[in-house]
Design a protein around this ligand. Structure first.
Ligand code: HEC
Ligand code: HEC
Ligand code: HEC
Ligand code: HEC
Ligand code: HEC
Ligand code: HEC
Length: 368
């Protein structure tokens, strides 16, 4: 008992504003961890108080999300539900705040595991809030300017000219500044979606093809090298102008989808977005297949048959081949000869051209 009182007394001074309920008395110790007996999984129950305070949820008390855990030892541990009202007021309407609106969109989107009790098959394959989100930490103010030119480093001082409470002002400044950037860089977004959408087995369970071929595309190369006009997954699957966002995406064959055949020219042109894409896109242009199956997967999923002919194998004698295979081999040799000649002529011709050009340049220089 004495130990407990002493322990609490020390901790009170260290607690964050969000921690009125003293959860961090225990949870601020990095050693608070356990290995699950059944699964052998390592679980860390540590919460860093400084980082938590700096996070987007830093003002919310632990028990508003972790309902019923203010009993010790914790029994009746439930998963956190992001639609829970979190005892904050949303200032523009004064209503009690929660993510119920986003939850509502997600549950009617293509990523809905179904509405309980009527669940779809394999409900565990569908992304939940925490699969796509972590409790993000607001970027340090010093980092803001380096991320995007144009943000005035001195803006915070201006806020403080009127708002005297430093901590309050800093928090709201970060609240705004955090949202002036895209939530995720295109590359991170692609990795997030690919975590599921490149998984052959998982996608096959839902009758979908993996879209890992995106990484063989020019679109991806442009994203990789930072072209702001290159499309990531959301530029095509939930672009502005269709009333959909990442939480309310619909299947391709739904008329509301930006990729439904008649909507595609608009999606390729992207007139409502901030990117400049294919402004003159015609209907026909927009019907091309986007996600080609990567070569490495073609045999595996059995969608495109592998070429199996003895005609092209080395060391197989002429007599072992069938009539058709002999014909294939003839065509192959013919193509090879023509190709070799063509390359020789082109490269040879180019070398000749360069030499003549060099000769001419040297001659003219002497002349002048
Ligand atoms: C007296 C110390 C103590 C206090 C105070 C405490 N916890 Fe815990 N908490 C623990 C321990 C120990 C565990 C690990 C339990 C285990 O091994 O299953 C834990 C586990 C948890 C877990 C993970 C449960 C699971 O199995 O998924 C959550 C969530 C949690 N605590 C939230 C809270 C919240 C919220 C508060 C404040 C309302 C709180 N804790 C206060 C000691 C404490
Ligand atoms: C905005 C809601 C929210 C708030 C506020 C919140 N948590 Fe959590 N916490 C979660 C979610 C979501 C998970 C993931 C597990 C789940 O889905 O239940 C989690 C998991 C945990 C875990 C278990 C980690 C594991 O590996 O299983 C602990 C311990 C924990 N939180 C402690 C805290 C403490 C202490 C606080 C207050 C300082 C806090 N949480 C505040 C949402 C929240
Ligand atoms: C498939 C992944 C995915 C799932 C599942 C998901 N989100 Fe999101 N969420 C995103 C992405 C990506 C963005 C950023 C969108 C953008 O940049 O246009 C986002 C943005 C947000 C934002 C805006 C954040 C900001 O600072 O602007 C909130 C709030 C949010 N999500 C909450 C939720 C909640 C609550 C759930 C669960 C009901 C959820 N999300 C489920 C991917 C997801
Ligand atoms: C010229 C003085 C001035 C400057 C500079 C200023 N504010 Fe304000 N701010 C006010 C006044 C006055 C109000 C209340 C009246 C209103 O709502 O328009 C207010 C209201 C707010 C509110 C709403 C508070 C609430 O609960 O309704 C926030 C948040 C806020 N300011 C943040 C900021 C931030 C962040 C900056 C810097 C980027 C900033 N302000 C710069 C004067 C200023
Ligand atoms: C946790 C796994 C997971 C993550 C992460 C995920 N998805 Fe999905 N996605 C699925 C599953 C499972 C389906 C199959 C839904 C069905 O058919 O019921 C699906 C279906 C889709 C479809 C519908 C295809 C069709 O026409 O039927 C689109 C589009 C899609 N996802 C895009 C995305 C994008 C974009 C992201 C990234 C923001 C993403 N997904 C992240 C699991 C995931
Ligand atoms: C340039 C636009 C574009 C981009 C970028 C894009 N998609 Fe697609 N996506 C399409 C089109 C169009 C289709 C319809 C089928 C096709 O043409 O391949 C589609 C189909 C899909 C499908 C359904 C596949 C099936 O088997 O029916 C999923 C899932 C999907 N995309 C996810 C993603 C993910 C995840 C990303 C990011 C890695 C992404 N898409 C990037 C345009 C795009």
């Amino acid at each position: 008992m004495c130990f407990w009182i002493l322990f609490s007394a020390i901790s009170v001074s260290a607690r964050t504003p969000a921690d009125e309920e003293d959860c961090l008395i225990c949870h601020r110790y990095p050693g608070l961890a356990r290995i699950e007996q059944k699964t052998g999984k390592f679980r860390l129950f540590y919460v860093n108080p400084q980082l938590y305070d700096q996070s987007v949820h830093g003002q919310i008390l632990c028990r508003y999300c972790h309902i019923g855990l203010d009993v010790i030892p914790h029994n009746n541990v439930k998963k956190v539900n992001c639609a829970t009202k979190c005892h904050l007021k949303e200032p523009s309407t004064g209503k009690e705040f929660s993510h119920a609106n986003i939850y509502e969109r997600l549950i009617h989107s293509v990523h809905s595991p179904g509405i309980p009790p009527k669940l779809k098959k394999y409900p565990e394959d569908y992304p939940r809030c925490a699969d796509c989100h972590v409790n993000q930490i607001y970027k340090p103010i010093a980092d803001l300017e380096s991320m995007k030119p144009g943000i005035n480093k001195d803006a915070l001082r201006r806020c403080m000219g009127c708002h005297e409470d430093k901590k309050w002002t800093k928090r709201f400044y970060q609240h705004f500044a955090h949202r002036l950037h895209r939530a995720r860089a295109p590359k991170e977004l692609v990795d997030l979606c690919m975590a599921c959408h490149s998984d052959v087995q998982k996608m096959a369970r839902h009758g979908l093809e993996p879209v890992s071929g995106y990484k063989d595309s020019f679109h991806w190369k442009a994203v990789l090298y930072g072209d702001p006009n290159a499309p990531d997954c959301l530029s095509c699957h939930a672009p502005p102008g269709f009333g959909l966002d990442v939480h309310s995406m619909v299947p391709i064959n739904d008329p509301r989808s930006p990729l439904y055949p008649k909507n595609r020219p608009i999606t390729c042109a992207n007139p409502y977005g901030l990117q400049r894409c294919h402004p003159g896109a015609t209907y026909k242009f927009a019907q091309g297949k986007i996600h080609k199956l990567p070569v490495t997967l073609r045999g595996e999923v059995g969608l495109v048959p592998e070429v199996k002919t003895k005609a092209l194998k080395e060391g197989v004698k002429e007599e072992e081949l069938t009539e058709q295979e002999r014909f294939q081999r003839k065509v192959y040799y013919l193509v090879k000869v023509i190709y070799t000649m063509l390359i020789t002529c082109v490269v040879g011709g180019m070398a000749l051209h360069q030499m003549m050009d060099f000769y001419r340049t040297v001659k003219e220089r002497k002349h002048h």
